[in-house]
Structures are given as C-alpha cells and as structure tokens.
Write a protein that binds this ligand. Structure first.
Ligand code: SIN
Length: 296
C-alpha cells in the first residue's frame, strides 16, 4: 500500500510509503506505472538508494540511455549522470553543475529521446536549486483549434551541441565540447505535437534543444518557439518542486518539460540521474485526421 497525493493543478504527485530499494512485485509496479502515466511526474519521498538500486528500478521502465558527455557519468555505473557542483581534487567538475537551467525535455536531440528521467537528491542546498515542471499535455489541450492545427503541421530541429555551447558561454562552468562530441549527435527533427505512445494523449514537444522550426524564416521560427515556450509555461501549467533530501523524482519527458533553478555556489547540490529510452516521437495519424476534419 502506498499513497499518491496530487501536488500540481494538472499533474505532478508525491508518492509516500514505497521503498524502491526493494524490488517491487508486479502488481505494485503496475500501480506505480499507472500513477506515473496519470500524473506525469512522481516524487517518491524518503528513498535510500544505492546506484545499483536506482538503476534497477529505472530499468523496469525500459532500456537506460547513457548520457553522451561520458566524463560526467558515474564511474563504474555510466547509466547514472551526475548533476553536481562537486569538484575532483584537481578542480575538475564531477558532474554538470549548471544542468538544465532552461526549459527542456531530456535528450530531445536524439532520434529516440528519453521516455523519462529519474533524478535522485543525494545532497541539496538549503535555498534554491528547485526544479520547475510544466505540463505540455494540458497546454496542448487548451490550444485554440487554429493554433493546434498550425503546430500539428510543424516540424522542429533539435540539436545538442548548439545548446551545450550556449550554456557553456552563459555560465562558464562546463567545458566546451570537442569536435567528436559535437558530431556524435547531429541535428534531428521531431513533430511539434507528439502523441503519447501509452496514453494516446497529444502533447506539445519543443524546449531548449529545439533550435529551428522547419520550412519557415528564421524570424518566424524564433517567434513560434518563443510563443510556444510562453504558452506552455503559463502559471496554470507549472509546478515548482522544492527538493527534500532523498526525493527520487521521475518525470515523463513525453509530457513534461523541466527547468532547474540556481542556488548559492557555496552550497552543495549532488544528484544522480538515470534516463529511460523512449520512442521516436510521432503524431497519431488518426488523431491528426480527426482534428483536421473537426477544425474549420
Ligand atoms: C536536468 O535537467 O536533468 C537537471 C534538473 C535539475 O538538476 O533540477
């Protein structure tokens, strides 16, 4: 038995009374999966997880992705990305200290982006360092029909190296990518509205790795990406998570975007993240046909 309490207006719930260090039986796992699909983001409170237990729980949802910037993955367990401002003895960063300080959905720069990410808080600051989430399914549902129709026909180019270079220049804490690292993830295209492969629900899909809307001018592309970000981040679609030590937060990247916030540099923030591989985004042709016939 465990408790699920909705915390956000349209999504996000906390889970109390589950110990994820123990393997879940099939029935409990099925309940967790249903709750995740229903609420989009789950914060499992008060977990004590070794990297192996974190990986084992994550892997029940699908194969894990290894972050392409290998020097920030946990030694001996590369499925874990370190989001951390700790430093090695020689001053090199242990993890990505400034990870995700912009709206994005994880690994959208891949052909098969992340289904979900599971971020585990091992050290948190006393102020700041929250993570904000927005519900792109609710935001999609509320679009005016004409705008939904426009976005349904839109393809977006996502690119890892462009965003990495921007963040590197912005905060000056992450190393520049080598040419080989840049070339490893060439630009990919995804639909601006994608169908959720498990619930069938459409969601807006864009975010910080989205560099260009296809087949429009640069000005139009920028205007549309800015408009979309403004739309999905209206307060009614947001939930701001104030971390508690030992929270494990599992978000559905097919439904939610997230944005990490700053915190005092003098304080430690050390998180472990796994990422579950998802499907190549698509828009269900039946949904598309229905929408087009219903929209004047
Ligand atoms: C991320 O984008 O995965 C990092 C989020 C966070 O550190 O809050």
């Amino acid at each position: 038995m465990f408790q699920v309490n909705r915390l956000g207006q349209t999504f996000f719930a906390e889970v109390i009374g589950l110990d994820l260090a123990q393997p879940l039986d099939d029935e409990t796992f099925a309940q967790v999966k249903r709750a995740h699909l229903e609420h989009g983001v789950l914060a499992f409170r008060d977990q004590r997880l070794t990297p192996e237990q974190h990986i084992a729980f994550s892997a029940r949802f699908g194969p894990l992705q290894v972050h392409p910037m290998g020097q920030f993955n946990l030694e001996g367990a590369p499925q874990i990305l370190l989001v951390s401002n700790d430093k090695h003895a020689d001053g090199r960063p242990v993890g990505i200290a400034d990870a995700g300080r912009y709206w994005h959905t994880d690994m959208s720069y891949m052909k098969e982006p992340a289904l979900g990410s599971l971020l585990y808080a091992r050290a948190i600051p006393t102020e700041g360092g929250d993570t904000m989430f927005c519900d792109m399914t609710a935001a999609c549902r509320d679009l005016a029909p004409q705008m939904r129709r426009k976005l349904m026909g839109t393809k977006v180019v996502h690119h890892f190296a462009s965003r990495w270079a921007r963040e590197s220049a912005r905060y000056g804490v992450r190393p520049a990518q080598t040419k080989e690292e840049q070339d490893r993830n060439p630009p990919v295209e995804h639909p601006m509205i994608r169908s959720h492969p498990e619930t069938g629900e459409p969601a807006i899909y864009a975010g910080g790795f989205a560099v260009r809307v296809k087949d429009v001018s640069e000005e139009e592309s920028k205007a549309l990406l800015d408009w979309v970000e403004g739309w999905v981040t209206q307060p009614k679609y947001l939930y701001r998570h104030r971390w508690r030590l030992h929270d494990l937060v599992f978000w559905d990247n097919r439904r939610a975007m997230h944005h990490a916030t700053e915190y005092p540099e003098s304080q430690r923030r050390h998180m472990h993240r796994t990422t579950v591989k998802g499907n190549a985004p698509y828009l269900d042709p039946q949904y598309l046909a229905r929408e087009l016939s219903a929209t004047p």
